[in-house]
Design a protein around this ligand. Sequence first.
Ligand SMILES: Cc1ncc(COP(=O)(O)O)c(C=O)c1O
Length: 423
Amino acid sequence: MPDAQSPIWHPFTQHAVAPPPTLIARGEGARLITPDGRRIIDAIASWWVTLHGHGHPRIAAAIADQAATLEQVIFAGFTHAPAETLARRLLARAPKGLAVAFLSDSGSTAVEVAVKMAVGFWHHRGERRTRIVALEDGYHGDTFGAMACGERGLFTEPYWPMLFEVERLPFPRAGAEQATIEAFTELLRQNGGTVAALIVEPLVLGAGGMRMYPPWVLKALADLCRQHGVLLIADEVMTGFGRTGTFFACEQAGVAPDLMCLSKGLTGGFLPMGVTLATKAIYDAFYTVDRAKMFFHSSSYTGNPIACAAALASLDIWQDEPVFAHIEAIAAQHRKRLEGLHARPEVVETRQTGTIAAIELCVPAAGYFAELGPRLYRFFLERDVLLRPLGNVVYVLPPYCITRDELNAVYDAISEALTLVSV
Ligand SMILES: Cc1ncc(COP(=O)(O)O)c(C=O)c1O
C-alpha cells in the first residue's frame, strides 16, 4: 500500500520518502484551505492550471448549469452548443491561419493529437516526412508520443527503448541563441525533406526548469519552418491563457503556428480538457470521401459539455474582468521582488516572462541538488506557501487573483528559504 491511511498512488510522488499528502477541503481565490483552517497560498496555480482563482463563482455556476442540462454526449455524429461556441471563440483569439479545433482531455492528448495530425498530414499527401524536431529540455507530457518529444531523462528512462527518435535542437541559451538557429538551419539543409514538424514550448520551457528565450528566436525558428515546408507545433499548454503576459505566447513573436496545443488554463483550471487547433491545410489533408483517411483519434470524454461550459465561463471572465491588469500587476511585482533576490549570493540567476518568475539557486554538489528541492518544498509548506521547486529552480506562477500581500508573502518565504542554500 502506498500509505497506511490511503490506497492512492499519487503522481510524481515517491511514497517511500514523501510525507503524507496535505488534505485540502476547499479552495478560495489563491488559497487552498485544509479541514483545520490552514490557508495555503497556491503560488504555482495547482500545476499551472488555476487562472482566476479557486472556486470562482462564475465558473462554478456555469459547471452546475451545464451538468443539469447536458453532462455528456458522444462527440462523433453529435455536437452541442458549448463546444461549437468554444471552438469559435478560441479560434477568434488564436493566431491567424488556425481554422479548426480538435477537442481532447489533457495537455498530453493535445500534443499526441498535434503530432498525429502533423505526421498524418504528410502521409495523406504522399510524402514520407515522419521526423519530429524538438528543443533540448522540452517537456510535452507523459503519454508515449508526448514523452518521445520531451527531453530524455530520469523520468522517462525505463521507456527509452519504446520512444521514437526525435531530433533535438540546443536550448537557445542567452547569448548562444544563434547556435539553435544554426543547428535547425543545418538539420533542414541536410534532411529538411524528412522533417514533419518542429514542436516547441513558445518562450518558456516549463518542466525543463522555467528556462526562457526571447520572441525573436521563436520567430526565426518559425521562419525556417515556413521556408522548408515544415509544420510548426506550438505547445502552449503551459504558456497559453496569459501566463507570459499576452493571451498566447506566440503573439509576442508574431508567429502563426500550424498546430497549437492548449489545456491547463483552458477551463480556468476547473476541469481537464485539451484542444488542438489546426490550419485548414492540415484539415484538408484528411478531408476526402475516402473514409480510410479520417483522423482516427478519440477518447470517451472528447468535447465534454461541462468542460466546454467551464472554458466558456473562463473566457467570459477574461472579457468582463480586468484580467490583464492583474497580470500586469503580478509581472511588475515579480520584477521588483526578483531585483531584491538577484544580488543574493545563493542565487545564480533570476528570470521572468509575464506572470512566470524563476529563481535558480546555487547547487554546490549533485547530492545536495537531489535533497534541496524536497527540503525547500517542506520549508515553504510549513509557512503555508505551495511552491514546488524544479530541482534547484524555485518558480512562482500564481493564479491571476493573487493579492499583493499574498505574493509578497510568497517572496518573503523564498527570501527566508535562501538560508537553506549553502554557498
Ligand atoms: C508544455 C506542456 N505540454 C504538455 C503538458 C502535459 O499536460 P497534461 O499534464 O495536462 O497532460 C504539460 C504539463 O505540464 C506542459 O507543461
